[in-house]
Design a protein around this ligand. Sequence first.
Ligand code: DMJ
Length: 670
Amino acid sequence: MCPKTSKTTPVLLIGVIGFVIVLVVITGITLINNINLSNIIRLNEKVASDSVSANDNQIKELNFVNNHPRNIYVKLNSSILPNENDSDSDDDDDSPGETRTADQIHQEMISVAHNDAATDADADAYADTHVPPKLSAVIWQNDRKSNVLANTITTTTTTESMMVMMMKPTPPSHKVEKNDTNVGALPFGGITQPNSGLIDYEKRAHVVQMMQHAWHNYKLYAWGKNELRPLSQRPHTGSIFGSYDLGATIVDGLDTLYIMGLEQEYKEGRDWIERKFSLDNISAELSVFETNIRFVGGMLTLYAFTGDPLYKDKAQHVADKLLPAFQSPTGIPYALVNTRTGIAKNYGWASGGSSILSEFGTLHLEFSYLSDITGNPLYRERVQTIRQVLQEIEKPKGLYPNFLNPKTGKWGQLHMSLGALGDSFYEYLLKAWLQSGQTDEEAREMYDEAMTTIMDKMVRKSTNGLIYVSDLKFDRLEHKMDHLACFSGGLFALGAATRQNEHADKYMEVGKGITNTCHESYIRAPTKLGPEAFRFSDAAEARALRSQEKYYILRPETFESYFVLWRLTHDQKYRDWGWEAVQALEKHCRTAHGYCGLRNVYQAEPVKDDVQQSFFLAETLKYLYLLFSDDSVLPLDEWVFNTEAHPLPIKGANIYYRQAPATQPAPNAS
Ligand code: DMJ
């Protein structure tokens, strides 16, 4: 028995040792593998979590920037890449990893959809519902690092998180080619992003129907004349443009028809302008200001929208008729000019032969743009002269009085106002800067100086907390606000939204406050429409006290501020307030043959004034329509509204700018 045992023992021992060695090796390899694997997993988890938190932060930042009211103006479009020609590569250094543009990412998402889908049709369906047309690319103003962040995403970013970042579509925007006059027309109805969720279709359609009512009755009873008398069903010959057949309502209302997509009506208007509109062979004494903001402004917008040379020629034709008014010793234009003789003069009532600030100060946008589309620098030179005079002149208390003598270059009465006689001068300071693509720094500085002084010396709060802007007469505040000054709610807010400076918060507070006060002036009247002027005293707030202040003539200023504040904040209350106004207009101002103003907004059954103002079509209905539209219809970073609500393109940001190559002034230009 023993020998048998002794023969098998070494073999068994070798076998056991061998087995143990194999076991140790296998365990060791497994352990090493496991250690590596868990490291890799942990590493991956860390990378993933870092990547997620980086993405989370980016998403948070983008959401914040997207939703921040200040940034309506600083949205960029996906076609604007980090400046390719920029030799300064600092930005690239700060953005680690390979970067891709929004368009590249967009393409990649479509191809991911195709790779993952069973069929091409499935992939297309997926891409249609999940891949938005553009990356929402947003920057902080003057912050080029964020520009890079917003326009590119590092390759470590997952497709899924890109989807989150791309949820919010951006209004289409355009990289502008130089001297590009040949772009097509802006589509009828503007550009509307599908599924933006921001269109109030029902209310907007109601405003369109109001426009049709106003237009069709004008066409029926006053076609080619300036305005309509809806009650008498005949032309209004007592308008500022008199009985001449200038078609003020056509020229003023045509861009609103275009924006609303009312093609048939638009074509009728265009046809009339082509066949009938001319200032030749008439001897009219025209207001330089009114003719500029309604006719030149209206034609310029139509040219920007369509590229139709008809409108450029007509704009130039009208502006040329106004040029003799600029022949004063200072270059400050007179208020009135005769279209046949070229003789210009001022109103007899205007402080010792003065020109009026809101009139000569409201030419800059139109004349500058006209120079750019005609290639003739003369128009810009004229308004630059005005700018220079205003820049250099001494400002009493840091403010601009309403009257300036064009012969002596001296101020008239020391009345200051953001309402009548002053209003749109301040508007054009900010808007000249915006229109120039924020390069006209002089204008922005003048705006900031003027508005901060106004906040200090003229903006007040009532006993019950309503913010208003009073007039200043010599040293005395008149605690009264014109309806006209209600546009300044939007103006202050735009100032805040377009530059993050030390005044921005205060501008926004005052802008919202003034808009709220104007709304109060409406809802404190039984008609729910606001008076021409309202006062603040111990006895009354936001209420007209004098009989000559109680009328409402279809003015747009309050709705203009609702629109601007809506765009900047998306606070639903501005739309609610606009809808209240629509209902009030329908109840009190609508007649069977168009819309009228009211003689007294404090009467439950007010008497109508029998005038359908051309600005009702140009401004009031346009702002209400835009209030219920989404932000892609005339985005505020591409368009700036003249004081008659005619949108003009922003230089460098809008393909419809249609800049022409520069030419020399015509030899006979005066
Ligand atoms: C319009 O013609 C313009 O808005 C102008 O600047 C002031 N007044 C009217 C509308 O109220």
